[in-house]
Design a protein around this ligand. Structure first.
Ligand code: KG4
Ligand code: ZN
Length: 371
């Protein structure tokens, strides 16, 4: 069955699906980017006993919850756009990678099934591209979409990189982590401190009453050319400090001071690396967008804000629900691609690894083939 090339806007609302890690999410946006419905189901309680995301548990949870979640957002979207059913959609977008293969297969399968049954365009969205394009949601930064290019700092549990966002499908990775992602460092240090997973929020709470100057932890790569990151040396330094503490001493002021000193070191490193990235980007942009769960951290936001101001940039931190994994960003990336007529065939194979690299992300109007 040949559905034929996608015509440009106006097209119907787009359903977005996110299932690349441990959030099951669905959203419906109209072709202008207005959010008609959104829902996210976290799986924290299912993974917490294991101290991290267990891929098999994640895949089964996506499978158990995604169909209902899709029905829910479609019903909710139907309230603002009367008569909206699957047949009225303009397309279906799902994270096609990078991420955990089990979840990617579940989300892609649901999206392809709907696209096939309703003869709709299907868009396999690169999850990192979805984070990168979130800032362009109309009304988020400006009333219109922010123009290209701009600088993205993605700091999550799985990713840590600076990207020059030049256009849809056009990304220049300026630097990234050589070892752990920033959120991963928070999670590992929180574990050392005996805090529950995921560690970032708990560590930030404990750090709030601590002295960030008490422990002089290292600031890896700070001041070095480029904007790569490294956190494993910092994590080791914290582990050594923890090991030096007499038995039973790791609580109260000592614990708070260690957390505050670690958090300060991460904030300093991120601000320094982002400053280098802004200099690499130069006057071509004045917008630094931060995305990923770590962007929820107040100390880090403040440090990035100051760094941006020093470089003549403006820091834009989308609301936390749009910084962490969500389906609004997936639907929006789908809309950006649909507008350009760039869709995928239904035999697209989900990609656990899928770097945000222009050569790998062509924007090509593709004839859509159904079953
Ligand atoms: O973007 P996200 O929800 O999921 C992915 O990693 O894809 O990010 C989760 C990460 C976790 O490592 C978590 O510990 C960290 O973001 N995080 C924080 C804070 N809130 C979440 N890190 C530092 N401070 C926070 N307040
Ligand atoms: Zn993500």
């Amino acid at each position: 069955m040949q559905i034929g090339p996608v015509s440009g806007p106006p097209f119907g609302p787009v359903l977005g699906i996110e299932s690349s890690c441990d959030e099951t999410a669905a959203a419906v946006l109209d072709a202008n980017g207005r959010i008609l419905a959104e829902a996210v189901l976290g799986q924290e309680s299912e993974h917490a006993p294991f101290g991290g995301v267990v891929p098999e548990i994640a895949a089964r949870a996506h499978l158990a919850h995604l169909p209902d979640l899709v029905r829910r957002v479609m019903a909710q979207a139907g309230l603002s756009q009367a008569g909206l059913g699957f047949a009225e959609l303009g397309g279906v977008a799902a994270s096609g990678g990078p991420g955990l293969i089990g979840g990617l297969i579940v989300g892609s399968g649901v999206a392809k099934g709907i696209a096939l049954a309703q003869r709709l365009p299907y868009i396999a969205v690169n999850h990192l591209e979805a984070h990168a394009l979130t800032a362009r949601l109309p009304g988020l930064v400006d009333t219109q979409s922010v123009p290209f290019p701009y600088l993205l700092l993605l700091i999550s549990g799985g990713h840590c990189q600076c990207v020059a966002v030049e256009g849809v499908g056009q990304y220049r990775r300026l630097g990234g982590t050589l070892d752990d992602a920033a959120g991963e460092a928070f999670d590992k240090v929180a574990k050392l401190m005996g805090l529950p997973w995921p560690g970032g929020p708990a560590l930030e709470r404990l750090a709030a009453s601590g002295d960030p100057a008490r422990y002089a932890f290292p600031r890896p790569l700070m001041g070095r050319a480029g904007c790569d990151f490294s956190f494993s040396g910092l994590k080791t330094a914290v582990a050594q400090e923890v090991a030096r503490q007499p038995a039973g001493a790791l609580f109260g002021t000592v614990a708070a001071d260690i957390c505050a000193s670690f958090q300060r070191a991460v904030a300093d490193v991120l601000a320094d690396r982002a400053s280098h990235a802004m200099r690499m980007m130069g006057a071509r942009s004045n917008l630094l967008i931060v995305a990923g769960g770590v962007a929820a951290n107040g100390t880090i936001r403040a440090a990035l804000d100051a760094a941006a101001a020093k470089n003549g940039y403006r820091l834009v931190a989308p609301p936390v629900r749009l910084c962490t994994d969500n389906a609004v960003m997936v639907a929006w990336a789908g809309i950006e691609r649909l507008r350009l007529g760039s869709v995928n065939r239904l035999d697209f194979a989900p990609r656990p690894r899928w770097p945000l690299d222009a050569s790998d992300m062509p924007v090509v109007p593709t004839p859509v083939t159904g079953g």
